[in-house]
Write a protein that binds this ligand. Structure first.
Ligand code: G6P
Length: 463
């Protein structure tokens, strides 16, 4: 069995309880092969110059954690700049928010080159390397340039935009070419595979070879959808633990005469949070029976505060939330509880179970795992209803959710109304089907499917 090497911008200690399902699942796979997890430490060091990094290693059980400190300038250009002010908005179809500063691209390439230099000496000949997400797209090309011949797979956690949106990215040809240094590129959905393939064919002149293979720049890459799942057992164990049970009971007691709606997101413009608040307002306006009853708890955890678009969103949201409470609140009822904090992961299942409606309404999202967690947390005998944006990758799998268009305020208000008043039998059959699919396509299925495909792919040197 090959040793697994995972590379991601963020590192997590898979043994820590706050790590989350993805870290646990990757940690399991790493522990099985005695693996290596490499990434940025998130810390900046004043004594480093641009392009320099400081590597620290630490053993966590059977997994070697290798993290790299950057200088502040590199962190700003690579992470805040190219990753989060260029790739993130463009890949989420938000050209209006992208900041095409050429210095960002220079920093992004510089950091990826430095990561490749730091990673290379840690590699063994038979390693299987799995690179994650948009921060690291050119990493395989940089590793190959240094002579790395191991199999390298890439999984993109965010969506792929249609070709004409991708083409707006200055130097997109360079970015596309970098994908051909991988043996396997995994995407979240069939829509992403379609966009990716069309971009490669029209913009990079790639040939479709069949069997999900694309050929360009003298290399062949396999491209396929591997929709990511959650660790159902881990989440159910969390749901049965005291913190979640206590959270559930406290909320149920507090809202015994009211109906709870829930949104949990990072505070990100891709999540459609203002659109959700507008739809909730519309619900109270058009269906007055919900006044003094339906209460929206909206948890938006702080994220990427140093990027302008995020600060603007925060302000917009504070205005919208204040207005709804001012206009509809009464002495003993506030329609909206907006919480700009991170809620401990161990309480999340309790929150989900207490909510009659789960609102997952992004404008665009790679997958969205909160949608899956909401379903798993429900009481099978009396389940809540998932209202899900059709623009979340999860909508390809979760057909029995109430699918909505978050840009259509009235339509979304109508769907929330339907969810709040859905008969028990319908809630049960929808929930059962959703749960079945989430169980079958869990995070272990995802990981095994990807790694098996990577094992089977020919190495780039043979392509
Ligand atoms: C998305 C990305 C991840 C990222 C996460 C949190 O899910 O796909 O790669 O880690 O957001 O964002 P942050 O910038 O805090 O790492």
């Amino acid at each position: 069995m090959s040793r697994l090497v995972v590379v991601s911008n963020r590192l997590a200690d898979p043994r820590k309880p706050a790590a989350g399902g993805l870290a646990v699942a990757l940690g399991d796979a790493l522990a099985r092969t005695g693996g290596l997890w490499f990434g940025s430490s998130g810390a900046t060091a004043a004594d480093l110059a641009p392009g320099e990094g400081r590597l620290r290693t630490r053993q966590a059980g059977k997994v070697l954690l290798a993290s790299v400190d950057l200088c502040a300038e590199d962190h700003a250009a690579y992470y805040q700049g190219y990753a989060n002010s260029v790739l993130w908005p463009v890949f989420h179809y938000r050209l209006d928010l992208a900041q095409f500063d050429p210095a960002y691209l220079v920093g992004y390439r510089r950091v990826n080159q430095m990561f490749a230099r730091k990673l290379l000496p840690l590699l063994r000949e038979s390693d299987l390397i799995w690179v994650h997400d948009y921060h690291l797209i050119p990493l395989a090309a940089e590793l190959r340039a240094l002579g790395c011949r191991q199999r390298i797979g890439f999984f993109l956690h965010i969506p792929v935009p249609p070709p004409l949106v991708m083409a707006a990215l200055p130097q997109h040809e360079w970015l596309m070419r970098s994908f051909f240094a991988y043996d396997l590129v995994g995407l979240q959905s069939e829509a992403d595979v379609d966009h990716f393939t069309r971009s490669m064919v029209t913009e990079a002149g790639a040939q479709e070879l069949g069997a999900q293979r694309l050929h360009a720049y003298g290399a062949t890459v396999r491209v396929a959808a591997f929709p990511i799942g959650i660790d159902v057992e881990e989440f159910q164990a969390l749901a049965a633990a005291p913190d979640a049970v206590h959270t559930f009971e406290a909320l149920r007691a507090e809202y015994s005469r009211r109906q709870l709606l829930l949104g949990i997101d990072r505070l990100d413009y891709s999540k459609g949070i203002p659109q959700r608040v507008r739809a909730f307002r519309q619900l109270l306006e058009r269906y007055p029976e919900n006044r003094n009853s339906a209460t929206l708890v909206m948890i938006a955890s702080p994220s990427r505060d140093d990027v302008h678009a995020y600060a603007d969103l925060r302000q917009e949201l504070e205005g919208l939330c204040g207005a709804i409470n001012g206009d509809y609140g009464t002495l003993d009822w506030m329609p909206l509880r907006y919480i700009h904090r991170t809620v401990a992961r161990r309480r999340v299942p309790g929150l989900c179970r207490a909510a009659r409606v789960g609102l997952v309404t992004p404008l665009r999202d790679g997958m969205n795992l909160v949608a899956k967690e909401y379903v798993v947390a429900q009481d099978e005998a009396d389940p809540g209803v998932l209202v899900l944006s059709r623009f979340a990758g999860a909508a390809e799998q979760l057909e029995e959710a109430l699918l909505v268009n978050p840009y259509d305020t009235q339509g979304m208000a109508g769907a929330i109304q339907a969810a709040l008043h859905m008969p028990l039998a319908e809630r049960q059959w929808r929930h059962q089907r959703l749960l079945e699919r989430i169980r079958r396509h869990d995070v272990h299925w995802w990981r095994q499917g990807f790694l098996q495909a990577l094992e089977e792919s020919s190495s780039a040197s043979a392509a």
